[in-house]
Design a protein around this ligand. Structure first.
Ligand code: CP3
Length: 348
């Protein structure tokens, strides 16, 4: 894993190498903005069926690689396959997003178990092996999972939420019983990610999309410690496997997150000042980010100058170009092409 002569530029950037033209991939690079994705999606039936169909999941993972030649592919799956594999009822309702049978008390947690993880998620591991066999040798494969806090918000709220009121009331009001839920997710996620690496994932990203909802006095036990425990758990089986941590919306607390988790790279959302990140974080970890995905809808010179500003500020050290959050489904594929072109022409 510490192979510094890797032919994969993305992995070399995670190991601390600086490039004139940084590697690029984009969060949600596979998805509904691509007509070829919508076609496969329509044939697959439900969204979870697509996630658990190795042939189709491999196909949609490869679609943006064929189109744009990104430096990394990201496994096509979803963070909510973990609650599903723990035994919670998970559905994706067309036009409404995810719906889960809520976990609200210790007796609900007691019904869940990590013992079904590998059986339920075997198709995802199969997808990883298939992608690995199809990818060009210069393209890295990223596996992923949701971080425990973000997964817990979906499990407790029963879906997406605006204020995370139920989850926060539990977490802030009863630290001990909430910790049991977090521990269960940590354990399941260690297993899930370890098997992704065994099947061929080169690096792993942890998505903590809703880290912004955690008050700073609880960031350590709800965000940083669970992330660190997952990284240590996976590395006990796969020494040195590189991790990217994406804790969205935590601002200056990214310093604590970088120092406390053991990540190799940190995903920056679009609110993070790039000059601050370069000065404060880049000496310790590789940076990844952080173009606002709305720029891809605006396109043209506004997009180009925003991308170049990021490149000027972050490409002086270890850096991976990305967005600050996932591609929006209304994005035109031509604009993604123009962005890739802008990044690849940088400094030439
Ligand atoms: O290309 C990739 O990035 C890989 C695949 C991927 C998906 N979801 C596919 C998907 C990844 C990495 C995710 C992560 C994910 N899923 C996150 C964390 C990242 C983020 O965006 O903040 C979260 C919070 C989820 C949960 C989730 N999945 C929600 C809330 C929804 C519904 C909202 C929506 O956009 O429709 C999903 C569905 C989902 N996951 C889709 C895709 C392509 C769209 C569903 C469809 O095609 O019908």
């Amino acid at each position: 894993m510490t192979d510094t002569t890797s032919s994969k530029k993305f992995l070399r950037a995670l190991q601390g190498e600086t490039f004139d033209v940084p590697p690029i991939w984009l969060m949600r690079q596979a998805g509904r903005y691509l007509p070829e994705y919508r076609e496969v999606r329509a044939d697959a039936g439900s969204f979870l069926n697509l996630c658990y169909n190795p042939e189709l999941a491999c196909e949609v993972t490869m679609q943006p690689i064929r189109r744009y030649g990104f430096d990394a592919a990201i496994l096509f799956s979803d963070i909510l396959v973990v609650p599903d594999a723990l035994g919670q009822l998970v559905e994706f309702v067309e036009g409404e997003g995810p719906k889960l049978e809520p976990v609200r008390q210790p007796s609900d947690v007691a019904k869940l178990s990590t013992s079904w993880i590998d059986q339920r998620l075997a198709p995802v591991y199969e997808t990883v092996s298939r992608i690995k066999a199809e990818l060009p040798s210069s393209t890295a494969l990223i596996g992923f999972a949701g971080a425990p806090w973000t997964i817990a918000t979906y499990m407790v709220e029963g879906g997406s939420s605006r204020d995370f009121a139920i989850t926060k009331r539990w977490a802030l009001g009863n630290r001990e019983t909430f910790a049991e839920l977090i521990d269960l997710i940590v354990e399941g996620t260690i297993e899930y990610l370890s098997e992704q690496v065994a099947a061929g994932a080169d690096a792993l990203q942890l998505f903590d999309t809703w880290a912004s909802a955690v008050p700073y006095d609880r960031l350590q036990d709800l965000v940083i410690d669970p992330t660190r425990r997952i990284i240590e758990g996976v590395r006990a089986k796969h020494p040195g496997v590189p991790f990217i941590g994406f804790a969205r919306g935590i601002g200056a607390a990214l310093e604590d997150y970088v120092a406390g988790t053991g990540i190799n790279a940190v995903g920056l959302d679009s609110t993070v000042p790039v000059k601050w990140a370069a000065k404060t974080l880049q000496g310790r970890v590789t940076l990844q980010g952080n173009l606002d995905p709305q720029y891809l809808l605006v396109g043209g010179d506004s997009m180009k100058s925003a991308a170049i500003d990021i490149l000027e500020n972050l490409s002086g050290g270890p850096f991976v170009f990305n967005l600050g959050h996932g591609i929006i489904k209304e994005t035109r594929p031509e604009e993604v092409e123009a962005l890739v072109e802008t990044v690849r022409q940088y400094g030439k």
